[in-house]
Design a protein around this ligand. Sequence first.
Ligand SMILES: [Zn+2]
Ligand SMILES: [Zn+2]
Length: 791
Amino acid sequence: MFDHRSFATPPVAPALPPRYADVVLPRRLHRPFTYLIPSSLKGQVAIGQSVIVPFGSQDLHGLVTAVYDRLPLGAPEQGLKAVRCLAPASPDHLLTSSQIDLSRWVADRYAAPWGQCIKLVAPFVDQVDRRPSRYRPTAQGTDNSSLPEGLGEVETQVLSRLRRRPKGITEGTLAQGDKSRVMRAVQILIRRGLVVRCDDAVVPRAARAKKPPSPGAEQAVFARLTVDDLPPPLDAAAWPDTVGRALLQDAYGSFLIQGARATRLWCLVQAARAAIRRGRRVLVVTGDVENAGRLAEALAAAGERPLLLHSGLSARERAAVWQSAQDSSATILVGTRMAVFAPIDRLGLVWVEGEDDASLKEEQSPRYHAREVARRRAFCNRALLVLASSHPSLESWSAVQHGEMTACVYRDPSGFPRVQVIDLREYSRETPAGTLLSPPLYEGIQEALRQNALAILYLNRKGFASVLHCGDCGAMPQCDACSVALTFFRRSNHVRCHYCGRTKPVPDHCTRCQSLKLEPVGSGTERIEEAVRRKFPLARVGRVDGETIRRPADARAFSRLLAAGELDIVIGTQMLFRFGLQARAAFVGVPDADAGLHVPDFRSAERMYHGLMDAVELALPAHAGGAVMIQTRLTDHHAIMAVAAGDDSVFLQQEQAFRQMLQYPPLTSLVRLDVSGTLEPVVAQAAGRWAALLRAEVVSAGNRGTNAGDGSPLPQRSTGFGGETSSIVILGPSPAPHAMARGRYCWQILVKSLSLEVGKEIVVRTREVLDRESRRGGLRFDIDVDPVAMA
Ligand SMILES: [Zn+2]
Ligand SMILES: [Zn+2]
C-alpha cells in the first residue's frame, strides 16, 4: 500500500491495528477531528489516507493525520463518530508524511486553518470526478468461441453488448433501464476477469521544444529563447562551478541571483542540468502563467521535458500533472504558486524566478508566500534554493546581509542604456496640462522615429486615484507616524491613514512647497496615448495594457505586429514586463515615474524602483544607442537617484534606513488582520473589539515581562496609539483602503512586532477569544502574516 512512499516516522506500532484516527477536513477549520475506525476498516486506515467521514449533517472527504490504538487525550469516548469508508482514488488520496508536515507548517507559519492548508497539498481530494466510467471486455471476455459458464441472464446480456463495442460503453449508457441490476452484473463480470473498468487517462502536458526561429525572426519581440543560442553570459561564467559545488554537499543551501532575464535563464538551465545529473529533481516556481510557460519552453529547448502546472490548466490536466509528479516520471516541474506544493520528491533544486513578484503571495486564506514555502521545501529536502530576480526584494537582501543566503550579482554595466532624469518642475510651462509629455521626451521619441527604431513609453498604472499630490512639487500628504500616502475621501473632504486610522481635514496647501495645487493623482496618464498620436500622426502606435491584452492570443498578435516592424511607438503598463519583451528599444520614456509612490503602502518606493529597473531593461545598451528618459518631480528620491546612477546600493541603503526608522519589514514583522462583514457598524465594532483584546494582551505580556519581544521598544514615534510600551505595536482599527469590496465592508488592524512568533502568538490567542464569544453573524476574521499588498 505504501510502495514508493517513504515515511519519516512510521505509523503506530503494527501489533494492534489503530482504533482511532485524527482527520483534517478541507474546510476553514483549524484542528483535526477524532473518529473511530470501524471494525470493517481495521488495518486499512493509515496516516495520509483520504477517508469519508460524517460531519454535521454531511459526509465529507478528509485526510488522516494521525492514528491511535487508544483514545487520544481529550477526545470524548461518548458520541465519537466512525469513519464511513475510504475515499475513492484521486491523484492525492494518499499523502506522504512530508506532505502532511508541509501543510501543518503552512498553517503554523501563516496562522491559517489547517483544513485550508491541507487542500494545498491535496487539491483534488474532495473533487468529485465527473468523468463517466467506461467498461470494456477483457481479452478473456472477448473470446467468442465460448460463452463463460455460470453467467446469469443479465450478465450474459451485458457481456454480449460489450463484445460488440470493444472500445467500451459508459456506465450511463450501459445501465439505462435497471441500473442496479445491470451494475451488479458488471461487478460480477469484473470479478470473473471478463470486463474491466477503463477511465480515459489524461496525458499531462509537457512543454515541447519549439522549432528554432526562422531566419529574420531575430527581431521577434517575444522570441523564444533557446538557451543554447545564448552565449554564456560573461558575468555569470562562474555560476556552473558555484552551483555544482553546492549540489555536491547534498545539504540545504541558498543563493540569491541578481541578473538580467536572459542571464537568469541561462543560470537556471545550468543549475537544472547539474541537479538532474546528480539524480535529483527540479521545481521551478514563478509568479505568472506566461512566465511559467516561457521558463518551461527554455528548459525544454535545453533538452529537458518539464511538466507545466498552473491555474490556466483544466482541473483534469492539473490532476494529471500532479499524478506524474507523484509517479516520479517528471524530472522538472515548472509552475505558478500552486506548484510549490506539488508532490515531487528527491528535490535537488528549488528555483524561484522573479522572487520579488507580489503574485507569489496568495491573497486568499491561506495566505502563504510561495517563496517561503519554496525555502521550506528546499530545507526539508536538503536541496538548493535559488531566488532569482532582476531586482531582488529587500527581504532577500536582508537575508544576504544576515548571512542566510549567498548573493550572486551578475550584472554587466556595459549592457546598461544611458539614463537621463528630467525634472518635470522645470518644464511645467512647456508641458501641456495633464499630458506629462515634456519637450525633451518628445525629442527622444522623435529621434527614435528618425532612426526607424522602436520607442517605448512605460506608464505606471498602479497609481492610486484616491491619493492627493502636489501639482507643483509632487509631494504627497503623508501620515506623520506611518509615512504612507493618506487616502483622500472626496465626499467628506478629509484624508485618512489606513494604517493607523488617523484622520484630518484635507490640507489646503503643500507642506513642502506651499503650493495650493493639491489634486488627486492619476489624471495625467490617461491622456498620454492621445497626445502621442496627435504629436506623431504618422507613427504607428500600439498599446499594451490590461484592456488591449486580455488573452494569450492578444499577446501573440501584438508580438507579430512588433516583429514585423509594424509598430513605431509602444505605450504600455507593467504588462510590458510580463511578456518577456525581447526586442529592446532605442528609446524608453517614463513620463511619470512618481506614479507608483502614491500607493499607500510602505513598499511603494521599492515597487517604483523595480518598475524603473524593468523599464531600463527594455532599452538597448548605451553603445547601441539605447537611451532611457525618466520624468519626475522628485529628483532627489533615492529610487530615481539609484536608477540614474545604475547603482542599487544608493536605493538599498536609504530604503533600509527608512524601514528601520519606521519599523517596517524586513526589520520587523507585520501581521494584518482583516475584519469583514455586510453591516459596517458591526464590522467596525468587531474590529474595535479585536484591537482592544490585542492591546490588553500586549499590556499583560509587558507586565509579565516574558514574551513581550526580544528587542528594544519600538520608537516613540510609532507608539502612542494604544499606549503600548512593549515591542509590539497595534495600529488601527481603520477602514481598509478599499473599504468595501464585493458587498462586504472591511476594516483592518496592523500588528507590528520585532519577533514574528511573539506577534503571531497574541493574534492567534485573541482570535480564539473572538471565535468563542462571537456568533460571527456573517463576520470574517482574516489573518495575513507578512502581507505583501498593503493597499
Ligand atoms: Zn508642493
Ligand atoms: Zn498612520
